[in-house]
Design a protein. Sequence first.
Length: 55
Amino acid sequence: MADQQTCACPNCNCEVDTDQAVMSEGKAFCCDACATGHADGAKCTHEGCGCDKAA
């Protein structure tokens, strides 16, 4: 069974399974956009999150 944790993106509240997470610098993120710090304004793939607006 996978552990769940909150995405490592500072303003993201998405829960992510550690075995399905996008890993970057040893941290678990819910999607590529969060893992890259919302480079080029990339949006979180989870509807309603809005963390890309705060990045």
